[in-house]
Structures are given as structure tokens and as C-alpha cells.
Write a protein that binds this ligand. Structure first.
Ligand SMILES: *Cc1c(COP(=O)(O)O)cnc(C)c1O
Length: 457
């Protein structure tokens, strides 16, 4: 039987003449196409020799070649559909940018810009000026600096203000966040001497006060980000820490982690302190990420006392950690949206503030489309909860609606994740793959359905 098939194996020349293969030759070098054809034919020959029952028509070889070349040609870093429901998914690129931010980036990327050129004076300027006034307007801060990311901001603040000197921090705040950022290790590598006070669950103001000595450079407050200590707990308020710092002339620096300009309780989320509240409490410096709840590009934002910010800016390491022009363009555009009257132009804000009804109706539509296109599969509507992610609000549970795919969940998950073009990343719950509508935007619905169809057909 297979001897017959072996004789019928298509020839390279025959495949090359086909229309869909000619099209490939217009886009890719001919040798790449010929190589792919050779390889597919050779693989088929081997499978036949080992007794496998496979199709060997020209059609099957050609479509395999088209597939191979599509996979070969796609970029390594590419778009995916986030159907996990985790809004700030660090592995999936955290915050998607607003249109305004993307177009600002494109314009600066494709052209020359006034990145470090003062147009009014016709002289060299500072790249930071493009965002400093905006940050002042939004937060009321005295001065500002932006760097590559918040990890860099923490490092730079400590290295500038506390090299070879002591930094007092509560044992309850010596956290590790994703990507092996461990507070004690960052402090040590910045050259600061860690002075731990209190216990894991309880740290009193007097613990801080007792640790202050002539070598104290900084009191550090760290947002616990991705974990919570509950039960028998205590830590001084930011106001009390600030008063203590004033009494001994020791600056207080808060690493706020996510960083927020708006009260998220309006999105039905638990209370989170805003940047403005920290500044109002009187901290000398505060830093936070640009691409967590703020919804901008990867950046670290440092706000606070002008004299301290100036020292940090002049630290030679700032040159190593400096923000690049594309990030700056995206950040400026995002900050401008915070001054406007439609915060929903910021995708993270829009994703977080979706109502359960919107999500349910999207889930129903996706389910109906999938049932129509994949009649051999069955789907279900599931009410569940999605997460904020990005180390923010670990306890928040956002009500959401998902489409569940019935079938071998590991196989379904693998197929969705490995589709060429736009992979779909879902989540598994109770042996089913769920597509959470919280993170699938309205304009992605059609693409999602097409990709799922491709993966499961
Ligand atoms: C996320 C986070 C950081 C690091 O910020 P990146 O922008 O990811 O570098 C530092 N500190 C805290 C408390 C965080 O939550």
C-alpha cells in the first residue's frame, strides 16, 4: 500500500508551479521555499517508510509548505490575545498602550524630534522636561524624574541618597516581586545598608525611631504589592513616618509599586492609595511604575522634593538607567490623557471599568460565533472572577464572564497557544479552558473567533 504512495509522492517542480507556492516565491527568497518543499516531501517519505497512513497529494504537501513558511516568517516577539482575564499580565506585556500613546511613539520613532533640544532657546535641553510639568499638574509634586523602570528608580534613589549609609525598612515590607526583584538584594546592590526593624506582621513607629542614628540616610516604605499581611498586624501611617523623618531630618521615600492617579474604588476595586495621597502625606520622594495600573509604557517615575530629585538626576548611574525616547513619547501621551476628560482612552482603565453586563454580552456573542463555526465542539458560559495582576491589588476579584471550551483542556490550551499568526492565551479552571472576556477587547472579538476556529478545526 505505502509502496504505491511512495511512487505517488509529489515532485519539487510540480509543487513549485502551484499558484499558492508561486505567491510565496514573490514574498520570500526562492531557496527558502524550495528548501521547505524538499523538507516536507522528505518527511512524508520517511513517514511512509515507517508505515504511517498519511496523505501524499500535491494539495497536502503544498498546504504544509505554506504553513511552514508562515511559521518561519513570523516575528518572535508578537501580538497575542490575552484571554486569561489578568489585566496587567507581566508575561503578556503588562499594560496595552492607548492609541494616543502609540501614535506619539510612531511619530517620534520615524522622525527626528526635540528630545534634548529646547526649541524656544535653540539650545540643548533635557529629555525630562517633556513630562515634568505634566506630572506636576497631575500630582502636585515639586519635581520629577523618569527612568527606565521602577526597579531602576528604586536602585537610583537608594544609590544616590544612601550609598554606604543605613536605610530603615520594616521586616513586613522586605518583599519579592516578579522577575527576581527582591527588596533586600536591590538595596545591597545599590550600596545601601539595610536596617530591618519590627517583625513580619507588626512594626511600630518606635521601632523606626530606635533605629535612627547618625548614619541613617533614609526611611523606606514599600508597598507590599502582590501579598497582604492580615490579622494581628500594625504599621505606622505614612503621616507618622513623615513626622518622624522631619523630627530627625531623615528623608522618607515610598516605593509605591503600581502607582495610581485615580481612586480605583470607582471601578469597584478595593481601596488603593494614590500617588497624590502619598505626596499629601508629605513623603520626600515616591516612585512607581509607568506600565502597571497607570497604563502607560515601561518606566519608573520618581516624584518629590526638588533638591533630592536634582541629586538623583545628576547621579552618573542615571545615564545608565535613562528612559528612551519612545517610552518618553508614550508616557507623555498617556499623562496627557489623565488631564483630559475621558480616562477610558487608557486601555487599562477601560478594561478595569467594564461592567458585568458588557462582559456577559461579549461572552454570549463569542459563544454563538464559535458554535456556528465549530459545530463539533461545545461551549459554555461561565461567570467567574478576573485579576488585576502586575503585583497590584492581589485580593481584588473582578466579576467577569468567560466562554468555556469543552474537551481535553491541556490539548485545547496547547492548540490555542501555538496557532500561527495570533496565539490565544486562555486559562484552565476545573479541567476546562476558559476565555475570559475581561481582557479581550471589543475590537478583538472577530480575531479571537477566527483564531480559535483555526486552532480547533
Ligand atoms: C513592580 C514593583 C517594582 C518594580 O517595578 P518595574 O516597573 O517592574 O521595574 C518595584 N517595587 C514594587 C513595590 C513593585 O510593585
Amino acid at each position: 500500500m505505502n509502496m504505491e504512495k511512495l511512487k505517488k509522492l509529489p515532485k519539487v517542480d510540480g509543487i513549485l508551479k502551484r499558484e499558492e507556492i508561486q505567491k510565496l516565491c514573490n514574498t520570500y527568497p526562492r531557496w527558502v521555499v524550495v528548501e521547505a518543499i524538499r523538507r516536507v516531501i522528505e518527511e512524508k517519505r520517511r513517514e511512509l517508510l515507517s508505515g504511517a497512513d498519511i496523505a501524499v497529494s500535491e494539495d497536502s504537501v503544498a498546504s504544509e509548505v505554506v504553513n511552514r513558511i508562515e511559521v518561519f516568517a513570523q516575528p518572535s516577539l508578537r501580538r497575542v490575545i490575552n484571554a486569561t482575564g489578568v489585566v496587567l499580565h507581566t508575561n503578556l506585556g503588562r499594560a496595552p498602550l492607548a492609541r494616543e500613546a502609540v501614535s506619539a511613539m510612531a511619530s517620534v520613532a520615524m522622525n527626528y524630534s526635540n528630545l534634548e533640544y529646547d526649541l524656544s532657546k535653540g539650545k540643548r535641553g533635557l529629555r525630562y522636561t517633556h513630562v515634568v510639568d505634566l506630572l506636576k499638574k497631575i500630582t502636585g509634586c515639586e519635581s520629577a524624574l523618569v527612568v527606565n523602570n521602577n526597579a531602576a528608580a528604586v536602585f537610583l534613589v537608594l544609590n544616590t541618597l544612601a550609598r554606604e549609609r543605613e536605610v530603615i525598612v520594616s521586616r513586613g515590607e522586605l518583599i519579592e516581586i516578579g522577575g527576581s526583584f527582591r527588596m533586600p538584594d536591590v538595596m545591597t546592590s545599590a550600596g545601601a545598608i539595610l536596617r530591618e526593624v519590627g517583625t513580619t506582621n507588626k512594626t511600630k513607629l518606635s521601632d523606626y525611631e530606635n533605629a535612627i542614628n547618625e548614619n541613617t540616610a533614609l526611611i523606606l516604605r514599600v508597598h507590599p504589592s502582590n501579598y497582604r499581611i492580615v490579622g494581628f498586624t500594625e504599621r505606622p501611617s505614612l503621616k507618622d513616618l513623615v513626622a518622624l523623618g522631619k523630627k530627625y531630618s531623615v528623608p522618607v521615600y515610598e516605593d509605591l509599586g503600581s502607582g495610581l492617579f485615580v481612586d480605583v474604588r470607582s471601578f469597584g476595586l478595593p481601596y488603593e492609595p494614590t500617588v497624590q495621597e502619598s505626596l499629601k502625606a508629605g513623603v520626600d520622594l515616591v516612585s512607581f511604575s509607568g506600565d502597571k495600573l497607570l497604563g502607560g509604557a515601561q518606566a519608573g517615575i520618581i516624584l518629590g522634593r526638588a533638591d533630592l530629585v536634582e541629586r538623583i538626576r545628576k547621579n552618573p548611574i542615571n545615564r545608565v538607567l535613562r528612559i528612551d525616547k519612545l517610552t518618553l513619547a508614550a508616557l507623555e501621551a498617556t499623562l496627557r490623557l489623565y488631564l483630559g476628560n475621558d480616562l477610558k482612552k487608557i486601555p487599562v482603565v477601560a478594561l478595569l471599568s467594564q461592567t458585568e453586563e458588557e462582559l456577559k454580552s461579549r461572552a454570549e456573542r463569542v459563544k454563538a460565533l464559535l458554535e456556528e463555526r465549530l459545530p463539533n465542539w461545545s461551549f459554555d458560559l461561565v461567570r467567574d472572577t478576573s485579576a488585576v495582576g502586575g503585583g497590584a491589588l492581589p485580593e481584588a476579584k473582578l466579576p467577569t464572564w468567560c466562554v468555556a471550551i469543552e474537551g481535553d483542556c491541556l490539548e485545547v490550551e496547547r492548540r490555542l497557544r501555538t496557532i500561527p499568526k495570533v496565539p490565544v492565551i486562555g486559562r484552565i479552571k476545573e479541567d476546562r479552558v476558559l476565555l475570559d472576556m475581561r481582557t479581550v477587547r471589543e475590537e478583538e472579538v472577530e480575531l479571537l473567533v477566527e483564531m480559535v476556529e483555526r486552532a480547533l478545526r
